[in-house]
Design a protein around this ligand. Structure first.
Ligand SMILES: NC(=O)c1ccc[n+]([C@@H]2O[C@H](COP(=O)([O-])OP(=O)(O)OC[C@H]3O[C@@H](n4cnc5c(N)ncnc54)[C@H](O)[C@@H]3O)[C@@H](O)[C@H]2O)c1
Length: 355
C-alpha cells in the first residue's frame, strides 16, 4: 500500500458512487473517479469535493480497455471500487443492450485490466491490492412473505438488470478462483438518500409530491424493499474493500423492510409537516400497472458484515427518510436541471402488446 491509500472508483458520478467519492475524499484517500457520464452521471453531485487536492475525475467508458488501462498505469491504485453500471430496472426492460454492455462486458474489462496491473505490482503492494465489485441483492430473485437473503442464497435474477449484475458477479468469482485475483463482492439492498436520480421511487415521490403531480405506485404497493441510507452503504463499501476476505461475498442491508405504499405514505406525512399548505399529500397517490416480473420482496441478512467487520447502519428508515426529504427541499439547484432536461417523471419500463 502507498502512504496515502489510492482508490480508483468507477461510476463515481452516480448516486452511490458520488457518496463513496465524498466519503473517501473526506477520509483522506487519494481518489480517481472514472465515469462515462451517462444520463445517470452528474458531476454536480461532486461539487463539495471537485476542487479537493486528493480528488480527480476522468471521463472514461469502462468498456474501453485501452482507456481504462491507461488510467490504472497513471494512477497506480491500491484499491478499486467498481460501481459503474446501468442501474434502473425499468430501463432494462425496454432496452437491455446497454445493461449487457456496461454491466457484463464492462466488468470483464475492469477485471482484465485490474488483473494485468495487479500481476505486475511489487510483492508488498500486490498483497494489499483489492478489487471490490459492488452488486445488488436483486441477483437473489424474490422472497416470499418471510426469510432473508444470505450470502448462500442461490442466484435467481428476474430482470435484465439483475441478470446482468448476476453475470458480472459470476465473472468476478471466476477471476478469484481461476487467477487468484484478490476480489470481493458486496450485494446491497435498495439505497436512498441525497443526490438520488429522480427516476427511482423515493426521489420521484418527493419531487412529484412537491409539484402536486400524481405519485405512481406500482400494482397495489405491496412489494417490499429493504432500505439502506446511501452513506451507510458508502461506509460499508470502504470497510469491505479494506478488511473483507478475498473471494467472499458480503450482504449489505439496514434491516429496514417497508412496503412501497408505506414508503410513499411516510414521504407524504413528512411533507404534510414541512409543507402544510399542500397537505394532505396522500391525495396524490395513484396506483399504476405493475412492473413486468416485479419481485415481491427483498430482505437482507447483513449479519456476516456486522459480526465479521463490525459494520452497523447508523440510520433507521425513519431518520434517513426525514433527512432525505429535507435534502430535496434544500437542494433544488441539484434536482431542477435534471427534472427539466434529463427526466421529467414519465413512466418507463412498460411493455407494448407486441413485446
Ligand atoms: N441504487 C441502489 O439501490 C443499488 C443497490 C445495490 C447495488 N447497486 C449497485 O451500485 C452501483 C451504483 O448504483 P447507483 O444507484 O449509484 O447507479 P447510478 O445509475 O446512479 O450511477 C451509475 C454511474 O455509472 C456511470 N456509468 C454507466 N455506464 C458506464 C460506463 N460504461 N463506463 C463508465 N461509467 C458508466 C454513470 O454515468 C453513473 O454515473 C451499481 O453497480 C448498482 O448495480 C445499486
Amino acid at each position: 500500500m502507498t502512504l496515502t491509500r489510492k482508490v480508483l472508483v468507477t461510476g463515481g458520478a452516480g448516486f452511490i458512487g458520488s457518496a463513496v467519492c465524498r466519503h473517501l475524499v473526506g477520509s483522506g484517500c487519494e481518489v480517481l473517479n472514472l465515469d462515462k457520464l451517462t444520463y445517470a452521471g452528474n458531476l454536480a453531485s461532486l461539487r463539495s469535493i471537485d476542487d479537493a487536492p486528493n480528488y480527480r475525475f476522468a471521463r472514461v467508458d469502462i468498456c474501453d480497455q485501452a482507456a481504462v488501462a491507461e488510467q490504472f498505469e497513471a494512477f497506480q491504485p491500491d484499491h478499486v471500487l467498481h460501481l459503474a453500471a446501468e442501474s434502473h430496472v425499468d430501463r432494462s426492460i425496454v432496452g437491455a443492450r446497454e445493461f449487457v454492455d456496461t454491466n457484463i462486458v464492462g466488468t470483464f474489462v475492469m477485471l482484465e485490466v485490474a488483473r494485468g496491473y495487479w500481476s505486475k505490482l511489487p510483492a508488498a503492494r500486490k498483497e494489499g491490492f483489492r478489487f471490490l465489485h459492488v452488486s445488488t441483492d436483486e441477483v437473489y430473485g424474490s422472497l416470499g412473505e418471510d426469510g432473508l437473503f444470505t450470502e448462500e442464497t442461490p442466484y435467481d435474477p428476474s430482470s435484465p438488470y439483475s441478470a446482468s449484475k448476476a453475470a458480472a458477479d459470476h465473472l468476478v468469482s471466476a477471476w478469484v478462483r481461476t487467477y487468484g485475483f484478490p476480489a470481493v463482492i458486496s450485494n446491497c439492498s435498495n439505497n436512498y438518500g441525497p443526490y438520488h436520480f429522480p427516476e427511482k421511487l423515493i426521489p420521484l415521490a418527493i419531487l412529484n409530491a412537491l409539484h402536486g403531480k400524481p405519485l405512481p405506485v406500482y400494482g397495489k404497493g405491496e412489494n417490499v424493499r429493504d432500505w439502506l441510507y446511501v452513506e451507510d452503504h458508502a461506509r460499508a463499501l470502504d470497510l469491505i474493500v479494506q478488511r473483507g476476505r478475498i473471494g467472499e461475498k458480503y450482504n449489505v442491508g439496514g434491516r429496514n423492510e417497508r412496503r412501497n405504499i408505506e414508503v410513499v405514505r411516510t414521504i407524504c406525512s413528512i411533507l404534510d409537516e414541512l409543507r402544510p399548505q399542500a397537505a394532505p399529500h396522500e391525495r396524490l397517490i395513484t396506483f399504476v400497472t405493475d412492473r413486468p416480473g416485479h419481485d415481491h420482496r427483498y430482505a437482507i441478512d447483513a449479519s456476516k458484515l456486522e459480526t465479521e467487520l463490525g459494520w452497523r447502519a447508523e440510520e433507521t428508515f425513519e431518520t434517513g427518510i426525514r433527512k432525505t426529504v429535507q435534502w430535496y427541499l434544500d437542494n433544488e439547484w441539484w434536482w431542477r436541471p435534471l427534472r427539466e432536461k434529463v427526466y421529467a417523471g414519465e413512466r418507463l419500463g412498460l411493455l407494448t402488446a407486441a413485446e
